[in-house]
Design a protein around this ligand. Sequence first.
Ligand code: URA
Length: 209
Amino acid sequence: MGKFTVLNHPLIQHKLTIIRRKETGSNEFRRIVGEIAGLMTYEITRDLPLQDVEIETPMGKTVQKELAGKKLTIVPILRAGMGMVNGVLEMIPSAKVGVVGMYRDEETLKPVEYFFKVPKDVTERECLVVDPMLATGGSANLAIEALKKRGVTDIKLAVLVAAPEGVKAVQAENPDVDIYAAALDDKLLPNGYIFPGLGDAGDRIFGTK
Ligand code: URA
């Protein structure tokens, strides 16, 4: 089963509390979502492999470390996932960005893929799927499936707030995917929102309400 990790760094927890407050406006909300995504990236990439590289400083030759292994593609799930992209890019500016668009079918309440665009070499890359809220897990599973269908084998999922139901659903359908969250909340409400959560992440990031 994939690992589920809550990144309980004090800075992450403090910033998350600010965006949970209902009085926090879009400007601050959007900025802090990016900051948390950046801090999460720092933690998620803790074990990235390094290799030796010989370089020359102004003082002479030396062997130092550089990143080895697969390059990263950030895959935001539209629309709220876009709010996390810049924060990840600030930590890993060379990452590419793929996009998966989902809408919720009003009758079945299930997510449906309507847009998919990723870099050509995506199968050689590690993909970090990002979405602020892991509620039922339906969108995350569909986004992961969309990547796997195109041959991607190395996938991680990063969310700000996870509901236990969503974690279980992703672990059940995609046991090879590690999940990282800033918080594990109490539960999913019957209307599909997470409690205590932070409300509608997309509306709060984009100021649409
Ligand atoms: N999506 C949101 O934006 N908020 C929730 O609480 C659950 C899903």
